[in-house]
Design a protein around this ligand. Structure first.
Ligand code: HGY
Ligand code: MN
Ligand code: MN
Length: 415
C-alpha cells in the first residue's frame, strides 16, 4: 500500500475499528484499555510519518514535528480518537489519520514549513464515559475545570480515579496545555455527519462555524406503586411526566430552529407491574447562536415544570456541559477553501457544523478552521458510517494544500 495514501488512511480506520470494547459497533471511551491501545497504535503511525509521538498528561495522543527555529510557532492539526457507543469508524478517526498522512506527505516531499506541526488525536471529544464532552481538547486549551475530577462514569469511577488507573497523574493535567505557546491555528478535517454535501453532490466543504451546545441530566420524581391497584387519579407516574418533556423538546426546538434530542431515558424501578417512580433522562440541545439555544432551554424547562406540577412530580436539572457557538477564523477558512479549490472544486460549499468538535474547545486557545468530508447519507454515530475512497483522496489533497496555503499566508505576513 502506498504510504500516506487514501487507501492507507482507510486501512488504518479499519485497524482502529478493531480496538473496541463492544462488538456491535465500535466503543472506545476515555481512559479505558481501548483508549490506551488506540493511542499506542496511532503513536506508531505518527512515528512512521516523522512525528515525535507522545501521550500528554490528559491522555491525548500527540505527535510533534519541530519548526525551522526553536521559537517557531506551531500549527495544530487533529481530531479525536474516542467514540460514542455503537460508533462507526470515521467520526474523529478519519480527521486524525488524515492529519498524520498530510505530515507524512509533506515530509516525503521535503517541504519546509515556516512553523512546526503538531498532530493531536484528542482523547475525549464525545463525553461517552463521564457525560462532560471535550475533556481532551479542554486540557490542551488550558480550560480544564477542577470540578471535573469528581465526575463519575456509570460504575461510579471518578475522572480522578480513572486518570490514576490509566497511569496519568491528575496533578499534572496542566502539562497538556498549550496556553502561552505561539500557535498559528488549529485545522480539523471531519466527516460532515449530515447529508448536505451529498445532496449538493460535493465531496468536501468548508465549515463556517459550530453550533453551541448544552447537555443536561434531567429527573422526574413521583412515586412508585402497584400497576393494578393504584387508581389513575392517585398516581404520580414519573415516566408520563418525562414523556411530556420528551415531546416538548422536539416541538419547542423545531419551532425555534434549534435541535433537541433526548438520547437516554431510564425509568425506575423498571418493572412491568410497577408505576415508574423516578425517571432519569438526558437532553442534548444545540443552536446556531447561544442566545437561541438558551431561550429554547428556558421554554423546555418551563414546559417540564408545568408537566411536573400537573402530575404532582418533582423536576430536577443537572447541567453537564455547555459549549458556546463558535465561528472559524476567516484567514484559516480561506486556506481551507484554497485547499479545496486545489483539489478540483472551484467553488467550495460552506456549511455550519451542527455536530460538536474539538475545534470548539480549541477556539479558546487559538483560531481554527475545518474541512468537511461527505459521508454516505449523512449517517454518523452509527455503525454504518461510510465514506468514499475517492473523497478521502480529495480530502488528503485538500488538507495538504490547506497547510501549504497557511504557510504561504504566514510567509507573506512575516516578509
Ligand atoms: O455530539 C457531537 O456533536 C459530536 O459528534 N461529539
Ligand atoms: Mn461524534
Ligand atoms: Mn467527531
Amino acid at each position: 500500500m502506498t504510504p500516506f495514501s487514501a487507501d492507507e488512511v482507510l486501512a488504518r480506520c479499519d485497524v482502529l475499528a478493531g480496538i473496541s470494547a463492544a462488538t456491535d459497533g465500535i466503543e472506545r471511551a476515555y481512559l479505558t484499555p481501548e483508549h490506551a491501545r488506540a493511542n499506542w497504535t496511532v503513536g506508531e503511525w505518527m512515528d512512521a510519518a516523522g512525528l515525535d509521538a507522545w501521550q500528554d498528561a490528559a491522555g491525548n495522543q500527540r505527535g510533534t514535528l519541530a519548526g525551522p527555529t526553536a521559537d517557531a510557532p506551531i500549527l495544530l492539526l487533529g481530531s479525536h480518537l474516542d467514540t460514542v457507543p455503537g460508533a462507526g469508524r470515521y467520526d474523529g478517526i478519519l480527521g486524525t489519520l488524515l492529519a498524520i498522512a498530510v505530515v507524512g506527505r509533506l515530509r516525503a516531499r521535503g517541504v519546509e514549513l515556516p512553523f512546526g506541526l503538531e498532530v493531536i488525536g484528542f482523547a475525549d471529544e464525545e463525553g461517552t464515559r463521564f457525560g462532560r464532552t471535550l475533556l481532551g481538547s479542554c486540557a490542551v486549551a488550558g480550560t480544564w475545570q477542577e470540578s471535573w475530577w469528581g465526575l463519575r462514569d456509570a460504575h461510579g469511577t471518578t475522572v480522578r480515579d480513572a486518570f490514576i488507573a490509566f497511569g496519568l497523574d491528575p496533578a499534572r493535567v496542566g502539562d497538556a496545555s498549550l496556553r502561552g505557546q505561539s500557535i498559528v491555528g488549529y485545522l480539523e478535517a471531519h466527516i460532515e455527519q449530515g447529508p448536505l454535501l451529498q445532496d449538493a453532490d460535493r465531496a468536501l466543504g468548508v465549515v463556517e462555524g459550530i453550533m453551541g451546545a448544552r447537555r443536561f441530566e434531567l429527573q422526574m420524581t413521583g412515586e412508585a406503586g402497584h400497576a393494578g391497584g393504584m387508581p389513575y387519579g392517585r398516581r404520580r407516574d414519573a415516566l408520563l411526566g418525562a414523556s411530556e418533556v420528551v415531546t416538548a423538546v422536539e416541538a419547542l426546538a423545531r419551532d425555534a430552529g434549534a435541535i433537541g434530542t433526548v438520547g437516554r431515558l431510564h425509568a425506575y424501578p423498571g418493572a412491568m407491574n410497577v408505576i415508574p417512580g423516578r425517571v432519569e433522562f438526558s437532553l442534548d440541545l444545540r443552536a446556531e447562536t447561544d442566545a437561541l439555544r438558551d431561550r429554547v432551554w428556558r421554554e423546555i424547562e418551563e414546559a417540564a415544570l408545568k408537566a411536573a406540577a400537573s402530575r404532582n412530580l418533582a423536576f430536577d436539572v443537572h447541567e453537564l456541559h455547555a459549549a458556546r457557538a463558535t465561528h472559524v477564523a476567516a484567514p484559516l477558512a480561506a486556506a481551507v477553501e484554497a485547499g479545496i479549490r486545489a483539489s478540483g472544486d472551484a467553488a467550495p460549499m460552506r456549511l455550519l457544523s451542527k455536530a460538536g468538535h474539538d475545534a470548539m474547545a480549541i477556539a479558546d486557545l487559538c483560531d481554527y478552521a475545518m474541512l468537511f468530508i461527505r459521508c454516505k447519507d449523512g449517517v454518523s454515530h452509527h455503525r454504518d458510517e461510510s465514506v468514499r475512497a475517492d473523497d478521502v483522496a480529495l480530502a488528503l489533497d485538500a488538507f495538504e494544500a490547506t497547510v501549504l496555503a497557511v504557510a504561504d499566508a504566514h510567509d507573506r505576513a512575516h516578509d
